[in-house]
Design a binder for this molecule. Structure first.
Ligand SMILES: Nc1ncnc2c1ncn2[C@@H]1O[C@H](COP(=O)(O)OP(=O)(O)O)[C@@H](O)[C@H]1O
Ligand SMILES: [Mg+2]
Length: 252
C-alpha cells in the first residue's frame, strides 16, 4: 500500500511549489516509484516539472459518458484511458485531473475512477496529491486515509487562520488523517515575533505539527521564470537545504 501525501492550503500559498520540491526530494532519496496527482482544475504542476500534459481525467470522464467502442466494458475503457493519461517519467508518473464535473453527480464515472485508482495505487510507494483549496478530489479518488496532510500557509495572520480552518474541515470531509503538518511559506527572515506567535497558536489549537518554514526565495522565483524543472534545482541552494530538512523531519 502506498503512503498518501496530500497538499492543502489557500491558493497561492505554495502547494504546487512544495509538491515540485517534494518530487525532487523523493527522487534524490530514491523513494521511487511514486505517483503525482495534479488535482487542481487549473493544472500547473507539470509546468514546474517541465512536462507536457495530454489527456486529463476530466476529458476521460466526458468520453465515458459518450458512446464507447464495441466489445469493451466501461472498466476496461477507463483503465486503458488512465494508462494513456499517465505521464511516465523516470521514478515517477504524473496524472492530471483537469476540469471537475459540472453540476450533478456523474457517480458512475467517479466510481470507475475510484476503482481504477485502487488498482493503480499498488504500483507506487507514494501517491502525492496537489490539491486545489478544496479537497473533494481526495474522496473522488477514494483516497480517504491520508498518511501526511501538508497544509501550506502564507506568512500572515489570516493565512495561518485559514490553515487552521483547513486542518479542521478534514473531519467533516470524512478524511482520516494520520499526520498533519503546517508549512509556512514565503516567510520573511527573521520571522517576526507576532507571526511566530500565530504559528505556535495554530499548532497548539489543531492537530497540526509545525513542518517548517520556507523563506521567500529568489532561487524559486527564477527557476519558475526559467521554465526549467524544479528537479534540476541546485542541491546546494539554501532554500533546497531548508526544504529538504523539513521533508527529512516529516518523513523520518
Ligand atoms: N518560497 C517561495 N519564495 C518565492 N516565491 C514562491 C515561494 N513559494 C511559492 N512561490 C511562488 O508563489 C506562487 C504561488 O505558488 P504555488 O506553489 O503555485 O501556490 P499554490 O499551488 O498553493 O497555488 C508561484 O508563482 C511560486 O513560484
Ligand atoms: Mg497549485
Amino acid at each position: 500500500m502506498p503512503k498518501i501525501i496530500a497538499m492543502a492550503g489557500k491558493g497561492g500559498t505554495g502547494k504546487t511549489t512544495t509538491t515540485a520540491l517534494l518530487t525532487k526530494y523523493l527522487l534524490a532519496k530514491k523513494e521511487t516509484p511514486f505517483l503525482l496527482v495534479d488535482a487542481d482544475a487549473n493544472a500547473n504542476l507539470n509546468e514546474l516539472l517541465n512536462l507536457d500534459v495530454g489527456l486529463t481525467l476530466g476529458q476521460i470522464r466526458k468520453e465515458l459518458k459518450g458512446e464507447l467502442p464495441a466489445h469493451i466494458t466501461r472498466d476496461q475503457f477507463m483503465e486503458m484511458k488512465i494508462h494513456q493519461a499517465l505521464i511516465e517519467e523516470t521514478g515517477y508518473d504524473l496524472l492530471v485531473m483537469g476540469q471537475p464535473d459540472g453540476p450533478g453527480c456523474y457517480c458512475a464515472a467517479n466510481q470507475h475512477l475510484a476503482m481504477t485508482m485502487d488498482k493503480l495505487a499498488d504500483n507506487y510507494k507514494y501517491i502525492i496529491v496537489d490539491n486545489e483549496a478544496g479537497m473533494e478530489h481526495l474522496s473522488r479518488m477514494n483516497l480517504r486515509s491520508i498518511d501526511y496532510l501538508l497544509v501550506t500557509s502564507d506568512p500572515s495572520a489570516r493565512g495561518i487562520l485559514t490553515a487552521k480552518r483547513i486542518s479542521e474541515i478534514t473531519e467533516p470531509l470524512g478524511l482520516q488523517i494520520k499526520e498533519q503538518y503546517l508549512i509556512v511559506n514565503r516567510a520573511p527572515q527573521p520571522i517576526p515575533p507576532a507571526l511566530q506567535e500565530k504559528i505556535d497558536e495554530a499548532v497548539t489549537d489543531t492537530g497540526m505539527k509545525l513542518g517548517g518554514i520556507i523563506p521567500s526565495s529568489d532561487t524559486l522565483i527564477n527557476q519558475e521564470l526559467s521554465g526549467e524543472s524544479y528537479v534540476s534545482l541546485d542541491d546546494s541552494a539554501k532554500v533546497i537545504q531548508t526544504v529538504n530538512a523539513i521533508f527529512d523531519k516529516i518523513f523520518a
